[in-house]
Design a protein around this ligand. Structure first.
Ligand code: KG4
Ligand code: ZN
Length: 365
């Protein structure tokens, strides 16, 4: 069973062919065009430019998919496809319309069923791509990107006493949303703090690279005043998250260090201070995510934790979660499995995860 998947919700034009085979969804071919260069000079994605670029790139990306898939023509590729899945919501309307138009055209032209897929469901199921299934689990899915920081529970049989929460069904799976972002999403704050430090795009990965360069001893030897640490802000009695306070703290610390060093607003802080701030920010933001996971595990019978979305590429966050789950096994004997997407390409926006949800919705898995 093969799916042609289309994802154009933001600034990535991504097409993939995924196959439901031997009990798992496997990505056969994926082609993506990233609009990085186009938006970098504006400091963020410009919606109108993004949708126009999708229009330019869609056909070349489709042609590349035909070639990479080993097909002779679009006709022969479409003969091999059983169903089309396209991201229908949420995010940028102009960008979504581009993908939806392509999906609709292909479905009418080649008489194929068309499934409209929610982008957030794509991230939630992304950790199951190219991986054998284990479906008996109740999995906490922490979905972190530039737009959202969500805490979900993915299960098959619903837990009735949680019905006051927002629940929706995808195929046989039930997704219970425990918490979402109240202000800035975690990825958005990685991006904003990196920009306050005059870092280059892509900001999130750049900031975590800077954090790795942090060396407390040499920092304090040279800059004894560089002692700021971030407050870990958790909202009470909720799984919702608020990350904008970290951004404000970063701004205050940067102003303070610039004042101490006699630098103007436009001047860049010394490398060691940049890596110190990046490190402290990364430690605080990842601690907040970890606390959310700890709270879920403490209160619910959880079998697995899955980390998905662009920020799931962050190695420090992965390391902290793994360490914590190891300590849970040691202390209680409870073995909680930890999943991240099998490829870094499946962390950020991609069409393969849309194909995965299409398979789930069709009831293949
Ligand atoms: O899921 P995604 O590709 O797009 C959205 O749906 O938003 O996530 C992009 C976000 C960006 O904010 C980016 O800075 C962040 O993921 N990101 C990271 C890392 N790689 C990407 N944040 C922290 N550490 C990383 N290594
Ligand atoms: Zn996304």
């Amino acid at each position: 069973m093969k799916v042609l998947a289309i994802e154009t919700s933001c600034d990535d034009t991504s097409l993939a062919i995924v196959e439901w085979i031997d009990g798992q969804v496997v990505c056969r071919t994926i082609v993506a065009y990233h609009q990085v260069d186009l938006h970098t000079m504006y400091g963020g994605v410009v919606p109108e430019l993004a949708s126009r670029e999708h229009l330019h790139q869609m056909i070349p990306v489709l042609q590349q998919l035909v070639t990479n898939g080993g097909y002779e023509s679009l006709d022969s590729m479409m003969q091999d496809i059983d169903v089309i899945g396209v991201t229908a919501s949420p995010w940028l309307p102009g960008s979504l319309i581009m993908g939806r138009t392509l999906g609709l055209f292909l479905s009418l032209r080649y008489v194929k069923d068309l499934e409209y897929i929610n982008h957030l469901d794509g991230h939630i199921f992304s950790f199951l791509l190219d991986r054998w299934q284990y479906w008996q689990s109740s999995t906490v899915v922490i979905s972190l990107s530039g737009w959202h920081s969500d805490c979900n529970l993915l299960s098959i049989d619903g837990w009735q006493y949680w019905q006051s929460l927002s629940i929706h069904q995808v195929g046989k799976f039930r997704i219970t949303k425990y918490g979402t972002t109240r202000d800035d999403a975690i990825g958005e704050v990685f991006d904003k703090v990196a920009r306050l430090l005059w870092g280059p795009y892509p900001w999130g990965p750049w900031l975590s690279q800077q954090a790795q360069k942090h060396n407390a001893e040499s920092l304090l030897a040279q800059y004894p005043f560089a002692v700021h640490t971030f407050k870990r802000i958790r909202l009470l009695d909720t799984y919702d998250s608020s990350f904008s306070g970290l951004k404000s703290q970063a701004y205050t610390f940067i102003q303070d260090y610039k004042k101490q060093l006699g630098l103007t607003e436009d001047e860049v802080l010394p490398e060691q201070i940049v890596s110190h701030l990046a490190y402290e920010f990364q430690e605080a933001s990842t601690d907040i995510v970890l606390a959310m996971i700890q709270q879920m595990i403490a209160h619910h019978p959880i079998d697995a934790v899955a980390l998905v979305g662009g920020v799931s590429a962050n190695l420090r966050l992965r390391q902290k979660i793994q360490h914590y789950l190891d300590s849970v096994v040691r202390d209680t004997g409870q073995n909680i499995v930890f999943y991240t997407p099998v490829s870094f390409d499946y962390c950020t926006d991609n069409a393969a995860m849309i194909g995965m949800v299409t398979c789930v919705k069709r009831g293949y898995c």
